[in-house]
Design a protein around this ligand. Structure first.
Ligand code: ZN
Ligand code: ZN
Length: 151
């Protein structure tokens, strides 16, 4: 059995990996708010560290808070978001936490971004390791990634 499994709502797409995520993030930007109805929480992997199996996918690409493009894959049947690939970090793929079979296995969010546009109704339970008001500078994110990638 793979360590982590998941999939979309209609079960056309499956996700599996034995790898730990590089980090978990929460994004409170306006794009995530609209696209997900509130915010985004996801697990960051490198391309190739997980398997996403299904048929067709549909894409929606948009300009993220940083001004860089975000390439998003969806299930064409249930429209669940499967993966987000940021142009600015080309090796990385964000897998929404909600598609994991057991998302409660994760206890902490390592990086929260865009607290400047965070909804007033969202309250953390002291689960954030680092929160920044914007998308974070490339340097800060780079240093953060180096410190974290000790899996
Ligand atoms: Zn689906
Ligand atoms: Zn966002």
């Amino acid at each position: 059995m793979p360590k982590y499994t998941g999939g979309c709502h209609c079960e056309a797409w499956d996700f599996e990996t034995d790898r730990e995520p590089m980090f978990l993030y929460q994004c409170n930007c306006e794009s995530c708010r609209r696209l997900n109805g509130s915010l985004s929480i996801g697990a960051c992997y490198r391309e190739g560290e997980f398997r996403l199996k299904g048929g067709e996918e549909v894409r929606y690409d948009y300009k993220g808070g940083s001004g860089q493009m975000m390439f998003t894959s969806f299930c064409p049947e249930c429209h669940v978001r499967l993966a987000v690939r940021p142009e600015i970090l080309p090796e990385l793929v964000f897998i929404p936490l909600g598609i994991f079979s057991d998302p409660n296995i994760f206890k902490r969010i390592n990086l929260e971004i865009w607290t400047s546009t965070k909804l007033n109704v969202i309250h953390d339970q002291n689960c954030m390791d680092l929160s920044v008001a914007d998308s974070g500078t490339a340097e800060r994110i780079g240093a953060f990634l180096e410190a974290l990638d000790t899996r």
